[in-house]
Design a protein around this ligand. Structure first.
Ligand code: SF4
Length: 469
């Protein structure tokens, strides 16, 4: 069986919702539309919202068929084929085709999605092919959503909530929702009440309430106390008939399908395993702890302690390099970059607001620099405006959210008639970190809206900071 197949199909693993679930990993690590604080896969290494081809659909189908055959041969039951990958499954433009190709196996198909792209009709059409769909609803208001899920800057929660309702209305399979509660980020009574109101309109067959039970991307993302979870349960239960808490561990019955190293790595890639689960898997395979030690020594597995338990997780960096070997179809052709140190490999900022203006497409027009723009600040930050005066010059730092990839040497303003120069000698939006900085004039402050002149940012640009020039 090709090595790549072992990473595409894994398990079966015990699932609290799906019984014995054979995982389909259709996204390389870790490409996602979100960078959730609680993500058990670690930090998002590539954030994107454009759907792409990552693997050939036929390759996915072959990998899953082979894994199902292996599982059956080993006497393992498979209740569901579950798209639960190293990122967001609907980013895969071939998701619908892959579901079609897996149909002949006669096993129900599940997709666990964060719903970030559900405002797109093609995403809804792909999801509609699955028998069971789980959609994430962590918050019903932008500030909490941005804090807990840390979405791609150009996503809007309103679009997603409308897309969710559209999908629920048309879908004939089993629809469930999942809400992850993180202490201090989205577990306030009002925040949960808003989620409950929304779920009351969505009408999922069941609303799952979960808390982080495995090592999260951010150490501060931890579970609320029992009283808060109980209160959230009650609030959801007032609006949705069936609510279930997923606050416990799902058990250790991970399947052995032949190659114990491959089983360990493919499961630990998407599902951090407790020490006891690893021991039990080794015992069932007739192997001992030297297998784990070898993987630890080779840097393929890493240990992580969380809430009094030791977990084993496949190391993300190895997974990234393997994935780029195996996925020549990934669209980002930017030069490969090595992080300076592990600590500065990825820095995540929350947008403090967004730009609103008439410019929706990249333009060379001078108007974009002279017309007025509105900076709509997160209302929670309004106190931070104290001391600003109309007429003042400000620096606005923003994310160039339409920028894709970069070259280190480029023609100034994209004009092939001019000799190429280094990207750091240019103002090109196509740069290693797509951040824009512009000096603007503050025209007026209206509540949480700053009217400014001279901002060359496109409509919807996430604003990262504002400071005096
Ligand atoms: S929890 Fe899911 S949606 Fe959130 S960052 Fe991780 S993979 Fe993406």
């Amino acid at each position: 069986m090709p090595d790549l197949w072992g990473r595409i199909a894994f398990g079966p693993i015990p699932s609290r919702r799906l019984g014995r679930s054979l995982g389909v990993n259709n996204i390389p690590p870790k490409v996602c539309t979100y960078a959730c604080t609680y993500c058990q896969l670690g930090h998002t290494s590539k954030m994107q919202i454009e759907r792409s081809t990552f693997y050939r659909p036929e390759e996915i189908a072959q990998a899953v068929e082979a894994k199902v055959a292996q599982a059956h041969k080993a006497g393992e039951r498979v209740d569901y084929l579950s798209f639960v990958p190293d990122g967001e499954p609907t980013l895969d433009i071939n998701l619908g085709r892959e579901i079609d190709l897996l149909r002949p196996l006669g096993i129900p198909i599940a997709v666990i999605s964060n719903a970030a792209l559900i405002w797109q009709p093609d995403v809804r059409a792909d999801l509609a092919k699955a028998d069971w769909v789980s959609l994430k609803v962590d918050a019903a208001r932008e500030p909490a959503w941005r804090q807990v899920d840390r979405p791609h800057g150009s996503l809007r929660l309103d679009d997603i909530l409308h897309g969710l309702l559209d999908f629920a209305q048309a879908y004939s399979g089993k629809l469930v929702s999942e809400t992850m509660l993180v202490a201090g980020l989205n577990d306030g009574e009002d925040q949960v009440r808003e989620v409950a109101e929304f779920l009351g309109r969505l009408r999922p067959g069941k609303a799952y309430l979960s808390v982080p039970t495995r090592p999260p991307a951010e150490t501060y993302a931890h579970a609320p106390d029992e009283d808060t979870v109980a209160q959230a349960y009650r609030l959801l239960n007032e609006k949705v008939e069936q609510v279930e808490c997923l606050t416990g561990y799902e058990g250790n019955a991970f399947a052995v399908t032949g190659n114990v190293e491959e089983d360990l790595l493919s499961i630990a890639a998407v599902h951090p395993m407790r020490e006891k689960a690893v021991s039990e898997l080794l015992a069932r395979a007739g192997a001992d702890w030297t297998v784990v030690q070898r993987l630890l020594d080779h840097g393929e597995l890493v240990m992580s302690d969380f809430q009094g338990h030791r977990f084993y997780v496949r190391k993300l960096q190895n997974r990234q390099s393997m994935s780029s070997r195996d996925s020549p179809s990934l669209e980002d052709q930017s030069p490969a970059r090595q992080p300076l140190t592990d600590k500065v490999a990825m820095v995540a900022y929350h947008a403090i607001g967004r730009v609103e203006n008439a410019f929706t497409q990249p333009t060379m027009s001078k108007e974009i620099e002279t017309d007025e723009s509105r900076i709509v600040l997160d209302p929670a930050l309004i106190e931070g405006l104290e001391g600003l005066e109309p007429g003042q010059k400000l620096l606005v730092i923003f994310h160039l959210h339409r920028s894709q990839g970069y070259e280190l040497r480029q023609h100034p303003r994209g004009d092939p008639g001019q000799p190429k120069r280094g990207v750091f000698a240019l103002r090109s939006p196509r740069r290693p970190n797509p951040i824009g900085v512009t000096e603007v004039e503050l025209v007026a402050i209206e509540g949480n809206v700053l009217r400014v002149r001279g901002l060359d940012a496109l409509d919807g640009s996430p604003v990262l900071d504002i400071k005096p020039a």
